[in-house]
Design a protein around this ligand. Sequence first.
Ligand code: FE2
Length: 163
Amino acid sequence: MAELTPLDEKLAEVLGLAQAAQQATTHVAGMEGADAFKPALEKMKDQAAETERRTDGLIDTFEGRKTAIREKARETKTEAVDMMKTYLEGEEEALDGFEFLSMAEAGELCHWEIVQVIAGEAGESDAKTLADWAVDVQQRHVAGVRKAYLGLAAEEAKEMASA
Ligand SMILES: [Fe+2]
C-alpha cells in the first residue's frame, strides 16, 4: 500500500465520515418524532454528499495515493456506521438519534479543523480551501443538531409535566 502522509490520512477520515453522515441523517430522519426536523436533516445530508464529492475530487488529484486513501476512507465509514448501529440499537426516538448526531457532527468538525491546521501549516492550499469551507458547514451542523435536541428535550419535559 502506498505510504500516506498525515494529511492524506485525515482526508481519508473526513471522506469516510462524510459518507457515514449521509447514512446517519437518513436514519435519524426516520425515527419517531423526527418529522419537524426532516428538512434540516435533508439539508445536512445534501451537504454531507457535497463534502464527499469535493473531498473525493481533491483526493482524485493525488496520483499514486488515491486508491489507498479511498480504502482508508471506507474503513472509517464502516467504523462510523458500526458505531451508529451500536449506539442506536433498539432506540426509536428522535432525541436518541440527535444525541448520536451530536457526537458524529462534533467528530466531523474536529477532523475538519485538524485538516485545516495541517493543510494550512503545510501550505497545501487546495486542502486548506476545502477545509475552510467544510469547517463552516460543520459548525452549522453542530449548531443545527443542538437546536434539534434542545427542542426535543423541551417537548419531553412538556410530556412529563402533563403525564
Ligand atoms: Fe455534517
